[in-house]
Design a protein around this ligand. Structure first.
Ligand SMILES: *[C@@H]1O[C@H](CO)[C@@H](O)[C@H](O)[C@H]1NC(C)=O
Ligand SMILES: *[C@@H]1O[C@H](CO)[C@@H](O)[C@H](O)[C@H]1NC(C)=O
Length: 335
């Protein structure tokens, strides 16, 4: 096992939500701090006045006077002022504590709101609420489980037709790789490995066992994959490249090509039909950047990645014959 990704999900999740909730709370924030500031300034002014009144900062004379009186406090108007300013200071502190309290309550409320959002995504419907972050709007029209990793599992028989012997040694890269790898391993004459690019914390026993055997690895795909060149016939990626910026794509895609012999198959979500499950969002934190087919094709051309036309054609023909209509964009590239 090489590098474990240090849970990018959480970082992004918090960032995203902070941005989302800030406008709601800004109003209540500035004025109380202004109040504390004013009270403190008032207290300091009073303190300063009282000292200058009694010659507090005046040095020798005041000191000697105090010493002379055996450090007994002088009873007079300036002491009342000191008392008053101390009172004001105390009030400022109390005010500050109250605000801190309120802020922690706000954070609690935000947590509750977040849980609601993740547990009941169906409450938020397109256009219904301006408070809803854009990536929660939309959702799966069928209301079912959806991800390109599960789409890939449905597509295995068709991939098999299109790639034939090139399905002997397959590497899958993407979330839920344990279930994809398990499915591939059930195919005849297929060996499969997997790379889980995100956390593998709450996985089942079967997945733990695949990880223990080294069949599935948890690895950050922003770094070179822990495999030698040309280790697999086919590398299949799903739901993973959407989370990479072009800068990282420029490193990751050539590396995926490096470890494959016969090609690279990419399953990517369609833009507009944003279907990333909300549960998955909480796992990845950062919303997927769903790109159009023309974006991807332009990107592949720019990066000198060519389409495997024969594989594409065979895949399409088989899909048509079996009335299979993928809910993800599928690209077939040469290594
Ligand atoms: C990625 O690579 C392409 C082609 O090599 C280049 O044109 C593009 O500027 C790169 N993008 C980034 C963000 O580095
Ligand atoms: C294209 O795909 C076919 C399977 O349909 C495979 O046998 C062939 O090696 C691939 N071509 C290249 C250049 O990767």
């Amino acid at each position: 096992m090489s590098r474990r990704q240090v849970n990018p999900a959480r970082q992004y999740a918090d960032g995203g939500h902070a941005r989302f909730s800030n406008p709601l709370h800004q109003k209540s924030r500035s004025s109380p701090f202004l109040a504390i500031g004013l009270v403190l300034v008032g207290a300091l002014l009073l303190l300063g006045y009282s000292y200058s009144g009694s010659g507090g900062f005046g040095g020798d004379k005041a000191l000697s006077k105090v010493e002379a009186q055996d450090a007994l406090p002088e009873i007079g108007p300036s002491n009342n002022l000191i008392f008053l300013s101390l009172l004001l200071c105390l009030e400022a502190i109390v005010l500050g504590l109250e605000i801190m309290n309120e802020e922690s309550r706000e954070i609690d409320e935000r947590d509750v709101a977040r849980q609601l959002v993740f547990e009941e995504p169906q409450r938020f419907e397109a256009g219904k609420s301006d408070l809803c972050p854009p990536y929660l709007v939309g959702g799966d029209p069928d209301g079912g489980d959806f991800s390109c990793s599960s789409e890939l599992q449905r597509a295995i028989p068709i991939l098999r037709k299109a790639y034939g012997d090139s399905m002997r040694k397959v590497l899958h890269v993407g979330p839920d790789t344990c279930s994809v790898v398990s499915k591939l391993l059930k195919e005849e004459d297929t060996e499969a490995w997997g790379v889980e690019p995100f956390d593998a914390e709450d996985v089942d026993g079967n997945c733990k066992s695949l990880i223990r055997k080294g069949i599935v690895r948890v690895a950050d795909i922003k770094f070179p994959l822990p495999y030698r060149a040309k280790s697999f016939n086919l590398v299949i990626v799903s739901d993973a490249l959407e989370y990479l910026s072009p800068k990282y794509l420029n490193k990751t895609l050539p590396d995926l090509a490096r470890v494959s012999i016969d090609g690279l198959v990419i399953f990517a979500g369609y833009p507009g039909k944003q279907r990333a499950k909300v549960a998955e969002l909480s796992k990845f934190g950062k919303p997927a950047k769903l790109r159009s087919a023309s974006w991807w094709i332009r990107y592949f051309i720019q990066s000198d990645l060519e389409e495997n036309e024969s594989a594409s054609k065979k895949f399409e023909q088989t899909a048509e014959k079996r009335a299979y209509r993928p809910s993800c964009q599928i690209f077939h590239l040469n290594s």
